[in-house]
Write a protein that binds this ligand. Structure first.
Ligand code: GTP
Ligand code: MG
Length: 254
């Protein structure tokens, strides 16, 4: 939909949400800046008790390609990304990237994601397309992810193999076109919600393979509540979407 001009000329902001990522954040930011020399990084920290925010301040003071947003309390990955997108769009960035701080998303793969924007508006780093992989993931996490994605495809009628992943690159036009600020979902559901809105709005959404590595340091914030939320909401969207299709079919017959 958007102009496919030279993707290498687009300005890039990598948004990295953090909650207690003291052992990870410096490494991930440095690798990102090295991997994509034209990219800047925005850390969005939710008052991490372990001091991630203070370390972020030090990184910012030492390098003007790094910025930080401090938010008072832990209010979820989705809210952190929304704040990061708001900031990045206001600053005029052409491309906004989602990346975890825990090392699961290798910054060295970011050039590939960005290159795929040549023919896409939204690029999803995908574990479940040919060439994608997961490393050190327990079988139950793999099953959860594969099952969740299968369910998402069936419920919403979309083709995406990995709609729950959180390593992505958005052209700014996508974020401007999908009212992301209205997304109330958390965790996986936040990711599905954004992808689903982009597909419905007619943007070109493509998947590019990534090698996803289980976090080594720190604690996962995954929970049963996040999984349940995803199933409930995806089901609601799916049912709503089918009803809408039926309604427009009925209108067509009249
Ligand atoms: N600012 C902010 N960041 C968060 C919050 N919850 C999670 N994060 C960050 O979001 C990223 C993904 O969180 P993870 O805990 O790794 O969740 P996950 O990747 O689904 O779970 P694992 O696969 O077990 O690592 C990490 O960089 C976290 O630090 C939050 O409430 N606020
Ligand atoms: Mg993680």
């Amino acid at each position: 939909m958007s102009e496919t001009a030279d993707v290498d000329a687009l300005s890039v902001l990598v948004v990295v949400p953090t909650y207690n990522e003291l052992d990870n954040i410096e490494d991930i930011v440095e690798r990102t800046l090295r991997s994509v020399p034209r990219a800047n990084v925005l850390i969005v920290d939710d008052g991490s008790p372990d001091g991630t925010g203070q370390l972020a301040d030090k990184l910012v003071a030492a390098n003007d390609r790094i910025r930080v947003l401090h938010r008072a309390a832990k209010s979820g990955l989705g809210a952190a990304y929304i704040a990061g997108f708001d900031w990045g769009l206001a600053q005029g960035y052409d491309v906004l990237v989602e990346m975890d701080a825990d090392g699961s998303h290798a910054p060295e793969q970011l050039p590939r994601l960005l290159a795929a924007l040549r023919d896409a508006d939204l690029v999803l780093g995908s574990r479940w397309v040919r060439g994608g992989s997961v490393v050190d993931w327990p079988k139950h996490r793999e099953l959860l992810s594969r099952g969740g994605n299968l369910y998402t495809r069936l419920a919403l009628g979309i083709k995406l193999q990995d709609a729950t992943g959180g390593y992505r690159a958005y052209r700014r036009e996508v974020l401007e076109g999908i009212d992301y600020a209205a997304v109330a979902s958390e965790g996986y559901c936040f990711q599905v919600d954004l992808a689903w809105r982009a597909v419905k709005s007619g943007f070109r959404v493509v998947e590019t393979p990534i090698r996803f590595v289980e976090r080594e340091q720190g604690e996962s914030k995954m929970s049963g509540a996040i999984v349940r939320e995803a199933y409930v909401r995806v089901t609601q969207w799916g049912v709503g979407h089918r009803l809408e299709q039926l309604r427009s079919l009925a209108r067509g017959r009249r």
